[in-house]
Ligand binder design. Structure first.
Ligand code: GAP
Length: 515
């Protein structure tokens, strides 16, 4: 796996992701997807969308508006409780999230424990049992306890909304400003993360509306519309992909945490009492979706929420091992009837389901799966980008940068390359091959530079197949098809290329592994 800096540079150089408004020195935490980035992102979205809606007869999609009636966010709790605890350093005037300062402290303490473990590993060699060492070595256990205690106190304070306790903890742990080293902190205050703007010409509070901080609420308010118009019976789901906006205070790590991002969310409506069973099923289904992309088991893990939100009766994150460590990629939440009941109460409109079997009406419970499209993009890219030593055209070792993106997600599926640029018979034949293949897949025609360099360019954008048109092609209508990962080259009749490629690049072969 490439390091983070290399990954960010690669994204820019090869047209995947650019800093937003870069010519004005960029806007922090906003990014633009380039020509290959948008294709990869669209393919990720398609993989998710088809896995939800095509593979499940009882899941349908919607595309709700970003702007919603402001009461939506009152009912959902976002107006009152969608806050981050912030603290300012008096000397540097920098603003931080109090919980992230404390987590940073815990990470540093745990790094000391890791250092001890690494030293011991070197000392004991093959016979070293890490688990036993961690559970018996006094120093390592001490560090672990210190970190755990700090995190527990932080979680308790967050759960209770106790800002004073967070402040006391920062002071007690002697946490310093990471930039200036100063320990002079202001009080910890709550800061609402929603962006607001004005609707039409209505001035003041009356015209104040929000940019949605999650797509889920567009699904909740449409629950009955969708149920009635599609005649779905419980259990059934509604899926949606769309932009969400959060005024994140500490927006870092490239596209991992942005202020404008995209979510892929599915709310699954179930009969009360069955929600934990469905929660377990969706946990397994979602993990399988990730693993089908070929990410090794060691890169994905579940992380149960210790502090459940007041409306949830179970919640878990799927975490991915990003270049900066394990972080949340997706959340799966059993949200009870909190959202529908709150909208029902505030709107005064019934949001109930009539169960023909039991002849009862009730507010369904909801299991939600929610994944950030941009985080998924980062996960795919960070796993795919590799440096390899491979033989070049003369059989000598050379290094190549290759993006081993799962073929169905690759932005370009086939590159068509005439062996030489200045031979019209080759270029016109290659153009004809390109015209035939472009009807089947996103293809690219490239005739500039030596063939080896063109292969490298395609490797760097993750093209699974390169088709080379040479002099033999003119004789027998065959081409060389080069495989990005194995570097194997096979000779095939032009008429068979599409079928050969389709086997590997079709989304259907991924979907087939999910059923
Ligand atoms: N409806 C539930 C919900 O929004 P969340 O855990 O706040 O839950 C869900 O967000 C997912 O959205 C996260 O797992 C993450 O992948 C993505 N996400 C959240 N905030 C983000 C941000 N600032 N930038 C990029 N992705 C973000």
């Amino acid at each position: 796996m490439a390091d983070f800096k290399t990954l960010v540079a690669h994204c820019k150089e090869y047209g995947f992701v650019y800093q937003s408004s870069e010519i004005y020195d960029g806007l922090s935490a906003a990014y633009d997807y380039g020509p290959y980035g948008v294709e990869l992102k669209n393919n990720i979205k398609r993989y998710w969308w088809e896995a939800m809606t095509r593979l499940h007869a009882n899941i349908v999609g919607i595309d709700a508006s970003i702007f919603m009636a402001p009461q939506t966010w009152k009912a959902s709790g976002h107006v009152d409780a969608f806050n981050d605890p912030l603290v300012d350093n008096k000397q540097s005037k920098k603003r931080y999230r109090a919980d992230q300062l404390i987590e940073g402290y815990a990470e540093k303490v745990l790094a000391k424990a890791d250092k001890e473990v690494t030293k011991a590993k070197k000392r004991f060699g093959e016979s070293f049992d890490e688990a036993q060492y961690r559970s018996t070595n006094a120093r390592v256990m001490g560090y672990q306890e210190k970190a755990d205690a700090a995190l527990k106190r932080m979680n308790d304070a967050l759960g209770a909304g106790d800002m004073q306790a967070l402040y006391d903890l920062i002071v007690e742990l002697e946490i310093a400003d990471p930039e200036s080293g100063s320990r002079e902190w202001t009080d910890v205050r709550q800061f609402n993360l929603m962006f607001s703007t004005q609707l039409g010409a209505v001035a003041g509070e009356a015209g104040k509306i929000y940019l949605r901080p999650e797509t889920a609420q567009g699904i909740f308010v449409n629950f009955l519309n969708v149920q009635k118009s599609t005649r779905q019976k419980l259990p059934f789901g509604i899926a949606q992909i769309g932009k969400a906006f959060r005024n994140e205070i500490v927006a870092r790590q490239f596209i991992f945490r942005m202020r404008e991002f995209e979510q892929m969310e599915m709310q699954f409506f179930v009969k009360p009492g069955t929600e934990l069973d469905w929660y377990a099923r969706w946990k397994a289904t979602r993990m399988q979706w990730h693993r089908t992309l070929g990410h090794p088991e060691s890169k994905l893990r579940f992380h149960d929420h210790e502090n459940l939100a007041h409306y949830a009766n179970a919640a878990v994150d799927i975490e991915f091992d990003f270049p900066f460590g394990f972080r949340e990629l997706e959340g799966i939440h059993s949200r009870t009837d909190f959202d529908l009941a709150a909208h029902q109460e505030l709107s005064g409109k019934k949001l109930q389901y009539f169960d023909a079997e039991t002849q009862e009406s009730y507010v369904p419970y909801v299991v939600e799966t929610s994944i950030g499209c941009d985080r998924m993009f980062l996960a795919v890219m960070s796993h795919a980008l590799q440096e390899e030593t491979v033989p070049d055209a003369d059989g000598k070792d050379s290094t190549r940068t290759v993006l081993k993106i799962p073929a169905p997600l690759a932005p370009v599926k086939v590159a068509v390359l005439p062996l030489l640029k200045n031979r019209e018979e080759l270029t016109s034949k290659a153009a004809a091959v390109f015209d035939a293949l472009k009807l089947h897949f996103p293809c690219q025609y490239d005739e500039k530079d030596a063939i080896g360099r063109r292969y490298r360019r395609q490797d760097a954008i993750g093209t699974p197949y390169c088709v080379t048109v040479d002099f033999d092609t003119l004789e027998d209508d065959t081409v060389t098809v080069r495989d990005r990962d194995t570097l194997e080259q096979v000779r095939l009749p032009i008429a068979e290329v599409a079928a050969h490629v389709r086997e590997q690049v079709s989304l259907e072969q991924l979907l087939a592994q999910l059923v």
